[in-house]
Write a protein that binds this ligand. Structure first.
Ligand code: SDX
Length: 330
């Protein structure tokens, strides 16, 4: 975009960054223990109640409006889901701040003390959101496309993508990485035991944060995320963090292990992103919700590309039936 276009988009998003108060009622009706991804998917789908024109996929203006509304409201929803779990008031940030600064304020401000921005946290969040913004036809993006291909509208399509991202084989891996590291630590830190579990076909355990459907080498995002790990832990004085040290030990062992080398299993972006989010104070139940916030930019871009293309058709995979033929009831 040129400067004016960028400024217009930024202002258009700020203009839409408030949410109908009735949505608070829906959010507050969830138990505090509800998983953030389940709440986020429900609230995203529910946005259409307050913006019915979002389903008008034949009207470019309504489509643009739906895109702006989603980009403007998803950071508020993520911040509110986080604060709901902590029993904190659901606050807005400050639209004079930039997108990430505003997100950090919405999440971390406390009602009884002046909010002071932590530049390390903002910088780490900014890198996280950029690195996770889009990644071709991954599971959740393909989900957004296939739901969108039925003309269900943007909010329903992205709500479906959020559900797909939730799985621990996909976006839920960042939470699963920390849970795995904490399990290894609780078990006495015996990385060799967990490495053999990961290689044992009869054992469902997999090394979370390793491997990828597409990358058969280091996930380039993991390289930047690892650097960010070091920066954040340095700046926050957390270098002795036992979980980070265990992660480095596990990474070294895995990169030298012949099974992992032969299977081309390398750390992926999720291996480090959880450590960064944990260091900046995001609870691991919220990790995938932050991933969803980032990936909303990519989902919206894919959805828009598909809806603007005159070649798009409804998604309809075929199958070769290999099941049983006729069977009589005994
Ligand atoms: C993301 O697609 C994207 O772009 C996704 C993503 C994005 O930005 O959208 O990059 C985000 O989802 C990253 C991946 C996060 N998931 C995890 O970290 C979960 C742990 N990883 C694995 O479950 C697995 O690697 C997958 C799910 C990521 C990929 O699954 P595949 O494609 O089935 O794995 P594969 O075919 O490459 O496996 C090859 C072999 C298999 O053994 P064999 O059957 O050949 O004997 O390697 C084994 C697998 O069992 N294997 C692992 C392993 N990952 C694969 N063994 C131990 N630990 C692992 N993590």
């Amino acid at each position: 975009p040129n400067k004016q276009q960028l400024e217009k988009l930024s202002n258009d998003i700020k203009e839409r960054s408030i949410i109908d108060e009735d949505l608070r009622i829906i959010l507050n009706s969830f138990p505090k223990s509800a998983h953030p991804m389940g709440i986020l998917s429900s609230l995203t789908s529910g946005l259409v109640a307050f913006d019915p024109s979002a389903v008008n996929i034949d009207d470019e203006e309504d489509m643009y409006d739906a895109i702006l509304n989603l980009l403007a409201k998803i950071p508020v929803l993520v911040a509110w889901v986080y604060r709901r779990r902590k029993g904190l008031s659901l606050e807005y940030g400050d639209t004079s701040l930039a997108y990430v600064e505003n997100l950090a304020k919405m999440m971390f401000q406390r009602p009884n003390k002046e909010y002071v921005q932590n530049d390390t946290i903002v910088s780490a969040l900014n890198k996280l959101l950029i690195l996770h913004a889009d990644h071709e036809q991954n599971c959740s993006t393909s989900t957004v496309r296939i739901v969108g291909s039925s003309f269900a509208g943007l909010f329903a399509s992205v709500a479906a993508g959020i559900s797909a991202l939730w799985g621990r084989l996909h976006g839920g891996a960042n939470q699963a990485v920390i849970e795995m590291l904490e399990e290894i630590q609780k078990d006495g830190g015996d990385t060799k035991k967990f490495m053999s579990k990961a290689k044992d076909k009869s054992d469902p355990f997999r090394l979370m944060g390793f491997g990828h459907r597409v990358y058969r080498n280091q996930d380039p995002r993991a390289i930047i995320m690892k650097e960010t790990c070091h920066e954040v832990l340095d700046e926050l004085g957390l270098n002795d963090d036992p979980i980070f040290k265990l992660a480095m030990k596990l990474e070294k062992i895995a990169l030298e292990d012949e099974y992992f080398i032969e299977k081309k299993l390398y750390p992926n972006v999720d291996f480090y992103s959880g450590i960064v989010m944990r260091a900046i104070g995001i609870p691991f139940s919220m990790f995938t919700a932050v991933f969803a916030l980032a990936r909303t930019a990519g989902w919206v871009a894919h959805w828009n590309e598909m809806m603007m293309s005159d070649e798009s058709k409804i998604g309809r995979p075929r199958q070769v039936y290999k099941g049983k033929t006729k069977r009589d009831i005994k």
